[in-house]
Design a protein around this ligand. Sequence first.
Ligand SMILES: [Zn+2]
Length: 244
Amino acid sequence: MRLTETAWTDAEAADTDLAVLPVGSTEQHGPHAPLGTDHLAAEAVAEAGVAAYDGEVVLAPAVPVGVAEEHRHFAGTLWVSEDTFRSYVRETIQSLASHGWDHVVVVNGHGGNVAALREACARLTRDGDAYAVSFTWFDAIDDEILPDGVEMGHGGPVETSLLREVYPALVDPERFEDARENGATTWGEWQSGTNLVYDTAEFAENGTVGDPGKGSDDLGEQLLADASGKLAALLEAVANRDQE
Ligand SMILES: [Zn+2]
């Protein structure tokens, strides 16, 4: 049940305590992919996972702005502080729980949100407001489906392929070469296990990390199927969990 398209009277009749909240980011993804990549991907995985799950789930609208100050040098990038983001997510989940949907899976599409989401979900759970966990789709996928040399990166082959599957018109393959040539091959600048830099612009001229050309439509299809299957299994586990 997508809340955005549902009348409150039908929402009231929903016979479930399970809800999904997609969260993403609005941030640069190189010259070849849109600023909305992370929240569009989170929303698509959330929808497919809910569809694959055998039971009723309340699907909340996606949170489109997250913790993304590391991309601040690139036009169009939006961000909020971790404090603001945690509060926003926590209060949104509290409002879901107030209607009885108090088993909540956050479906995340942005690496920069991970730590804040873990903390927000733990706080809600420990305080007894809701049982909440966060699922980051690209951390959940099986490495075996990735061809040799394909890594996550940023605007790289993994997320670009997923986006090609769900919003093909928003990806420009003619810019893949530029993305690779003026991007970086690894995230950050490392010394003794420590990343020396904070902002993407310090190591990737156009913001891309990895070669989006190493992905494919076929990989996008597999990624969506795998991520949504993993989410459906997680929904099952969360639904059946007797959380104190
Ligand atoms: Zn991304």
